[in-house]
Design a protein around this ligand. Structure first.
Ligand SMILES: Nc1ncnc2c1ncn2[C@@H]1O[C@H](COP(=O)(O)OP(=O)(O)O)[C@@H](O)[C@H]1O
Ligand SMILES: N[C@@H](CCOP(=O)(O)O)C(=O)O
Length: 317
């Protein structure tokens, strides 16, 4: 469960009074999913909201970019949850000493074993997102992009071998190969950078919500497709799901299209995405505070994906 900061009922009641038409607090529960921020499901006398308190990896200076991006995407009809503004028009608040936003609740559930139909509509939603940001001027560099992976590997160091014997050497070698082959001339744009199944809300095969834009940044657009492939085309343990990867690419291709150069780069982009999530999961695995209500995510599920991509060069043909 991701609740790092505890919010008292008194503080939350006072917080909600900053907003017009939000009503009085009825209940608040810490949300089990998520690992980055503290999230609460808040019911009031008028509606349901998500309360997010921003934690370790979110820089408060980046919040205006994230919120502007959500407003931009919502204006273009994408199912994203804008932050609610208070009576003074302020979206970014402080609660229990942390930056915090009250966010519109969206219906839907995230799938753990996507079907090809669900992957196709989710891929199309990423294509629509990339189309919609074509006229969005904001941006921030990717704070977990390829240049950050080797420093993160070195920070984890030999502790990686406590997770699995030989893990440091395996990731070191895989990263060296990715660094050599990384493309530098593909189209860039604002990307989500973390569009895992748990960040897409669905009803059946309909996408009802795209959430958790707190890694959004400017980077290689096809890297976003690769991140989706690594997270959608496998079960949570890292075993491939029949037909899901091709359906995802077809959905994205139908909405926006992949150039030959982008498609050719997907194998290295996907291996890079595996390394990124393996390393951040490993760091969290080694570093999670003992009293945090958070379920650590398995780094080795991304080692299995890395092995699978190595063994299946035809995956993106
Ligand atoms: N706007 C929203 N509408 C409905 N549920 C949401 C919304 N935002 C977050 N959630 C729920 O909260 C969970 C954690 O949110 P998320 O932003 O992924 O957290 P984190 O940033 O900590 O990873 C999601 O998996 C989802 O269940
Ligand atoms: N998606 C990443 C971790 C970020 O957590 P999220 O709940 O915001 O997606 C992973 O699974 O390692």
């Amino acid at each position: 469960m991701a609740v790092y900061t505890h919010v008292s009922a008194e503080a939350l009641s006072a917080f909600l009074r900053r907003y017009a038409e939000v009503g009085e607090l009825v209940s608040a529960k810490g949300i089990a999913e998520g690992v980055e921020n503290s999230n609460y499901l808040v019911d009031t006398t008028t509606a349901r909201f998500i309360l997010t308190l921003y934690e370790k990896r979110v820089d408060v200076g980046d919040l205006p970019f994230f919120l502007d991006l959500l407003d931009h995407l919502a204006d273009r009809g994408l199912p994203v949850p804008p932050a609610i503004r208070d009576r003074d028009g302020v979206a970014i608040q402080t609660l229990e000493g942390r930056p915090a936003c009250l966010i519109r609740f969206l219906n839907g559930v995230s799938v753990t074993r996507p079907t090809p139909d669900q992957a196709a509509t989710a891929g199309a939603a990423l294509g629509a997102l990339h189309a919609a940001v074509a006229d969005f001027d904001g941006g921030r560099p990717n704070s977990l992009g390829i240049a950050d992976w080797r420093p993160l590997l070195m920070r984890c160091g030999s502790d990686l071998d406590a997770i699995a014997p030989g893990l440091f050497a395996r990731v070191d070698a895989a990263l060296a190969a990715v660094e050599v082959a990384w493309p530098h001339d593909l189209p860039t744009s604002v990307i989500h950078a973390d569009l895992f199944p748990d960040n897409v809300l669905m009803l059946g095969a309909r996408v009802t919500g795209l959430i958790d834009f707190y890694f959004a940044c400017r980077d290689i657009r096809a890297y976003d497709v690769a991140v989706m492939h690594t997270s959608w085309a496998f079960d949570p343990q890292g075993a491939p799901l029949d037909g899901v990867g091709p359906a995802l690419l077809a959905g994205y291709g139908g909405a926006l299209g992949l150039s030959a150069a982008e498609r050719a780069a997907l194998p290295v982009l996907a291996r890079g995405a595996c390394i990124r999530f393996l390393l951040t999961r490993a760091w969290d695995w080694l570093d999670t505070p003992a009293d945090a209500l958070v379920t650590r995510k398995d780094p080795l599920a991304y080692l299995r994906r890395l092995d699978w991509y190595d063994a299946h060069p035809e995956a993106f043909a």
